[in-house]
Design a protein around this ligand. Structure first.
Ligand code: SAM
Ligand code: DTB
Ligand code: SF4
Length: 326
């Protein structure tokens, strides 16, 4: 399968707008040949430092610019974070993702604690992912040395729509951060959100920037906005679940080998829409009752979902039955 990094926005928009059956057929074909076997990775998420963030991302409940800000929470210490990682592993997770509501990483005790968390998570046999805003070359190198598997830093939307969502950090700064992460040899986890009031051309624009990264990000989270009270986007109407299916399918066609993560917003989707996303090539979900600050489907209902879909969970490089008895 030839990997392309030169997709035009028109080509991508044409894919997004294909008759759904044709789009699903194409995405399934790519997925089955690039990632045989419908294996889904379970990733658990934990907010280590919650709220009080200097950025003004309009969707985010953790920005100090919005009344939704969950200020005053103490950051978690290393030991409780590693305890949560152990619990996630024992519940079946393969990747542990940790979030800090920071504009950027600064050197000092909190960064040393982050490094200890990364080392500890890797020692538990889990992949470790961090999302903590911008970073320097030196910090990226130290995270790589600590064994960090991936760094999550999203582009969120198209370059054109971006300015309507965030004013405190530029699109180019995000691209520069991605470049630093790459240079340090850390995998990239980079995706975006739909439901931010963007048009079809913006969705194509986001996917174009992602697909033109060379190499493609190893992991591409596709989020649907969770409209949180107190954020500027609280009144934003919910997306049609089939639009998320289309985003996932198109991401799969453009980036055949990347892990396409069906991320925030699953609680707004029915079981069948989630199964269509899995069919379209989503091969990872966030697993656990909370995302960072908002809720996620219960573990038991996700186990039921995977069983109903007949997909298997990916663990330690092997495929294991999603639930006992399969
Ligand atoms: N502060 C860091 C940063 O922005 O890079 C890390 C944490 S931030 C919460 C990680 C990502 O979560 C954002 O880039 C955004 O794509 C996603 N996100 C945040 N709030 C969301 C919401 N309400 N609905 C959907 N996705 C959201
Ligand atoms: C990503 O793209 N989605 C996750 C993860 N990366 C860090 C975060 C979703 C956050 C949803 C809102 C919240 O729970 O605060
Ligand atoms: Fe939220 Fe991250 Fe934006 Fe801060 S930088 S407001 S934590 S999305």
């Amino acid at each position: 399968m030839t990997l392309r990094h030169d997709w035009s926005r028109q080509e991508i928009q044409a894919l997004l707008e294909l008759p759904l059956m044709d789009l699903l057929w194409q995405a399934q074909g790519v997925h089955r040949s690039a990632n045989p076997g419908y294996h889904v990775q379970l990733a658990s998420l934990l907010s280590v430092k919650t709220g009080g963030c200097e950025e003004d991302c309009a969707y985010c409940p953790q920005s100090m610019h919005h009344p939704s800000d969950l200020d005053g929470r103490q950051p978690l210490a290393v030991a409780p974070v590693l305890e949560r990682a152990r619990q996630a592993r024992d519940a079946g997770a393969h990747r542990f993702c940790m979030g800090w509501a920071w504009r950027e990483i600064r050197d000092g005790a909190p960064f040393e604690a982050m490094l200890a968390m990364v080392r500890g998570v890797r020692e538990l046999g889990l992949e470790a992912c961090v999302t903590a805003g911008m970073l320097s070359d030196g910090q990226a190198t130290r995270l790589a040395e600590a064994g960090l598997t991936a760094y999550n830093h999203n582009l969120d939307t198209s370059p054109e729509h971006y300015g309507r969502i965030i004013s405190t950090r530029t699109y180019q700064e995000r691209l520069d951060t991605l470049e630093r992460v790459r240079r340090a040899g850390i995998d990239l986890c980079c995706g975006g959100i739909i439901g931010l009031g963007e048009g079809p051309e913006d969705r194509a624009g986001l996917l174009q920037v992602l697909a033109c990264l060379d190499p493609h990000p190893e992991s591409v989270p596709i989020n649907a906005l969770v409209a949180v009270e107190g954020t500027p986007l609280e009144e934003q109407p919910a997306i049609d679940p089939l639009e998320l299916v289309r985003m996932v399918a198109t991401a799969r066609i453009l980036m055949p080998h990347s892990r396409v993560r069906l991320s925030a917003g699953r609680e707004q989707l029915g079981r069948e829409a989630q199964i269509l996303c899995l069919l379209a090539g989503a091969d990872s979900i966030f697993y656990g009752d909370t995302l960072l600050t908002t809720s996620n489907p219960a573990v038991s209902s996700d186990q039921e979902l995977l069983r109903a879909a007949g997909v298997r969970v990916q663990l330690e490089g092997q495929a294991l039955a999603a639930t006992a008895g399969r």
